[in-house]
Design a protein around this ligand. Sequence first.
Ligand code: HEC
Ligand code: HEC
Ligand code: HEC
Ligand code: HEC
Ligand code: HEC
Length: 396
Amino acid sequence: MRLLWLLAIVGLSVYGAEVVKVGDKFKDSGKCKACHSHIVKQWEDSWHAKSHYDNDEYLQKSIDYVARKNNRKSLNTVKIECAACHNPRISVTSTSAEYEAIAALNLDKDTAATKALKSDGISEGINCVVCHNIDQIHDELPDSKRGIHRVTWMPSGTMTGPYGDAKSPYHKVEPRDFMDNNPNQLCFVCHANDKSEEGHRFMDMQAEFKSGGKQCVDCHMGPRKQGVAATLRNVNGQAHKRLIREHGFEGGHVESMWQGALAVDVRKSAKGLEVILTNPQPHALPSGFGSREILIEAQYISGGKITKTQTASLTSRYVDKRGKPTIPHLAAKTVENSSVPAQGSKTVVLPIESGTTQVMIVVSYRLVNDEVRGIIDLKDPIWSKKMVIKKLNVKL
Ligand code: HEC
Ligand code: HEC
Ligand code: HEC
Ligand code: HEC
Ligand code: HEC
């Protein structure tokens, strides 16, 4: 019995990400277009499709900043660490001390690691053959093993999906429960927790998730609707009608998703003007990645004129080992976390200016707070854009 335990433990500790090469016929989404063009088009607009150093400014500048601040790790080593979830079809999953020595001398051009990072097999980020090529998800592993380190792959050319009776002339198919009844298991491969270079866990989405009726896919892929999975026609000239979902994975980057995401109530009390944010969603908001922000802006009006404006921010802030503000991936600790908890609420009290007859309140969301935007110098307007959740006009 003891020997069995020992074997099990040894088995777990030597389990490392095993790379399975994806054949050219399946490597990129362009190969799926002939029969799944509607799905490819939706996915192309998603942020899963942008998850690559070259395609997401925030990811790129975070990676650069981590490498600059950590002189024991080369830029490529940091890229490979992040690839575990951002580019899980990468063919090299870790680097050695030897590699660091070669990279420091700029002699790493012909190494497997450098070639793997340049490969077009990862340039599409989280593409079709990330989700649909997973064979097993190893929930028996410690909960910090994520992305590439938590899955084993199907042989190239076998697609896992929701249907038990699908047939395709282009690829093999196999049904999986995480594509059908238990899709949260798939999302939690990556959207579960992440830690900084200092070992600080700065996001913990799986732990804070209040599983109730709805699954991630119900809201982020929409409900199952009548449609076709493949446009290929059968011998009767017809495509097979199916229940399908959208592949847009709309989330924090999409303004329309924010409308009404929180309920907002305003109440006058002895303390001042209470703004109560209630979150009906099963995860906190902001959630997931750090340094997102909810803004409450109030304009005080008296005599028909705006007399004063006031802003309150709900966000997470991080400090490094020396106590200086930093980005989530270099955090030694979180000094402030003011998300609205899942199915909970948060009250922010604003002072009431005397003489005010009316207050206009706008609650909005930003992808990156001022602090982190400044530290890594993000330029694209999307990071500071205020996406409106709710506007209220309160008569006092
Ligand atoms: C982040 C993971 C993920 C990615 C990336 C992804 N899919 Fe899916 N896909 C799913 C899930 C989950 C379902 C099951 C939806 C359901 O409940 O019916 C699904 C379902 C499907 C189906 C069955 C029909 C349907 O819409 O339900 C097809 C076909 C499909 N995907 C093709 C693709 C193609 C082609 C791509 C790349 C352009 C892709 N998928 C990218 C997760 C993913
Ligand atoms: C020549 C046409 C064709 C091409 C190209 C093609 N597929 Fe399919 N695929 C099909 C057909 C047909 C089905 C079955 C549809 C049905 O039964 O409703 C299917 C089904 C699927 C399913 C659902 C499987 C299940 O068991 O639920 C997935 C996932 C999928 N394809 C992914 C892909 C991906 C990823 C690519 C590109 C690498 C791709 N397909 C390329 C024709 C194609
Ligand atoms: C292989 C890892 C992985 C898996 C599996 C995965 N995701 Fe993601 N997802 C990511 C990463 C990484 C990003 C961020 C990409 C970026 O912005 O560059 C992301 C982004 C998103 C976003 C956009 C968030 C925003 O703020 O706009 C949504 C929504 C999302 N994922 C939902 C899902 C759902 C639902 C599932 C399960 C069906 C899923 N993901 C499975 C890694 C994954
Ligand atoms: C009941 C619907 C619902 C369910 C279920 C749900 N979400 Fe969300 N999620 C939302 C809404 C609404 C938002 C806020 C608007 C937006 O970003 O889309 C959001 C935001 C997000 C964001 C961006 C977070 C931020 O604060 O920047 C991510 C990432 C995300 N969800 C992932 C997931 C994952 C992973 C699951 C499953 C574990 C899940 N969601 C389940 C409704 C839902
Ligand atoms: C454990 C899996 C995992 C690892 C490892 C990981 N990430 Fe992520 N990352 C995610 C997920 C999931 C999201 C999407 C969550 C969301 O949007 O709320 C994300 C989102 C991000 C974003 C926000 C992108 C955007 O468009 O808003 C940045 C920046 C980022 N990651 C940087 C990094 C860096 C830098 C590394 C490596 C040092 C890294 N990540 C490693 C899972 C991971």
